[in-house]
Design a protein around this ligand. Structure first.
Ligand SMILES: *Cc1c(COP(=O)(O)O)cnc(C)c1O
Length: 421
């Protein structure tokens, strides 16, 4: 019997088996056929502390006992109020307002609409959005428009809106990035907003750039009045070593998008945080100036309760020490694997380690055979890895122990030896 389920980013025609997970715990997925699989990619970057964290799961159960979804336009509830207070307390004080939605893509759509709404409402309309080359901000039409174009979105390309693209700051070419941003921000038709993944471009291939550049990009935007949108959907919640990647550059965006680790990765929820200025531009006695956006499940109480529990964990547990420790252990593993002749550009930021497996000659890209081959090989060793083309990355839950991390890098090492040498 074939399943009626149509999976995301899955070519069903290749017939690869689709394992069924029956239980999650810590850094592991337990399958229906009795395997314990190490989740080396935090289930696509959502799981922070570990799967099924007892405090988060308890908060979900407790909240589910008293309230399901309620309309959030003109109504409120304590989990959303509590979470907004907690977020404002832990995030930079300039980000005084919290808008709820239910996925990363939606948080980005909200950010773009807030930026355009700001310019419309202050009576100085700006429409142009700028992005950084190789960026990823989601899979909806709007977020694909502000992301890298490629095989992922070719069929939809005619519908994607035009944006200004700033070249990625490759080492040695940083000034070109800053000059392009400066030019694209200004001129007769100044840019409304620049959206950026701070310090690490995730889906674009775990491409990293230094904090000083992020700080310079931020100040160029400020000079032109171009709103600065930080998409910390992947980089937030400790991934890069600090709560936010922006922290390392000492900057505060005008608009901040958070999702993935917001609930510790347990249930879907997203927020778009904005400055008072952006909120105030929508504040009026005129209904036509309100912020026209809602999802049915905006601020779902059960999801908000999970996020409140996540923030309590950040307050009560040594999360930052765990992240620092994982960073050190990742670096030691990376240093060992970097000695292999096929490993190129090993790099790490916080808990994210990445490198390319390169047969030197050609650029292979996302659909190259190396990614799927490594994924299949790791699977036979009960390790979940999902390379981005020829880019291998390890981004485990913060609770991963040495034995499991050894298993992850052991899977990569044996792939390099057996399948490529
Ligand atoms: C995952 C991701 C998104 C999209 O989030 P979804 O919840 O999958 O819609 C947006 N931006 C970045 C940087 C991401 O990593």
């Amino acid at each position: 019997m074939t399943s009626p389920v149509w999976h995301p980013f899955t070519q069903h025609g290749l017939g690869a088996p689709i394992p069924k997970v029956v239980r999650t715990e810590g850094a592991a997925l337990h399958t229906a056929d009795g395997r314990r699989v190490v989740d080396a990619i935090s289930s696509w970057w959502v799981t922070t502390h570990g799967h099924s964290h007892p405090r988060i799961m308890a908060a979900i159960a407790e909240q589910a006992a008293t309230m399901d979804q309620i309309i959030f336009a003109g109504w409120t509830h304590e989990p959303a109020e509590q979470l907004a207070r907690d977020l404002v307390a832990i995030m930079p004080p300039e980000l005084a307002h919290v808008f709820y939605s239910d996925s990363g893509s939606t948080a980005v759509e909200v950010a773009l609409k807030m930026a355009l709404g700001y310019w419309a409402n202050i009576g100085a309309p700006r429409h142009r959005i700028l992005m950084l080359e190789h960026s990823y901000h989601g899979d909806t039409i709007g977020t694909m428009s502000v992301g890298a174009r490629g095989v992922f979105n070719r069929p939809y390309a005619p519908l994607l809106f035009d944006v200004g693209t700033v070249p990625f700051p490759e080492p040695g070419h940083e000034q070109a990035t800053l000059d392009a941003l400066d030019t694209l921000c200004g001129g007769a038709d100044p840019a409304a907003a620049f959206i950026v993944e701070p310090l690490v471009l995730g889906a674009g291939g775990m491409k990293m750039y230094p904090p000083a550049l992020l700080a310079e990009m931020r100040s160029i935007c400020a000079r032109h009045g171009t709103l600065f949108i930080a998409d910390e959907i992947m980089t937030g919640w400790g991934r890069t070593g600090t709560l936010l990647a922006c922290e390392q550059a000492g900057i505060v965006p005008d608009i901040l998008c958070l999702s993935k680790g917001l609930t510790g990765g347990a249930v879907p929820l997203a927020v778009t945080m904005a400055t008072r200025e952006i909120f105030d531009a929508h504040l009026s006695d005129d209904r036509a100036r309100m912020f026209f956006h809602s999802s049915s499940y905006t601020a779902n109480p059960i999801a908000c309760a999970a996020a409140v529990a996540n923030l309590a964990i950040w307050r009560d547990e040594p999360v930052r020490a765990r992240i620092a420790d994982l960073g050190t252990r990742q670096q030691a593993q990376l240093d060992r694997i970097a000695a292999h002749p096929l490993v190129r550009t090993p790099r790490r930021l916080g808990t994210i380690a990445a490198f390319e497996i390169a047969p030197a000659r050609d650029t292979i890209g996302y659909l190259s055979a190396i990614g799927p081959a490594l994924m299949a090989h790791a699977g036979t060793r009960d390790v979940l890895l999902r390379p981005l083309g020829d880019t291998v990355y390890v981004m485990p839950p913060y609770c991963i122990d040495d034995a499991d991390l050894d298993a992850v890098y052991g899977a990569v090492a044996s792939f390099l030896e057996r399948d490529l040498s």
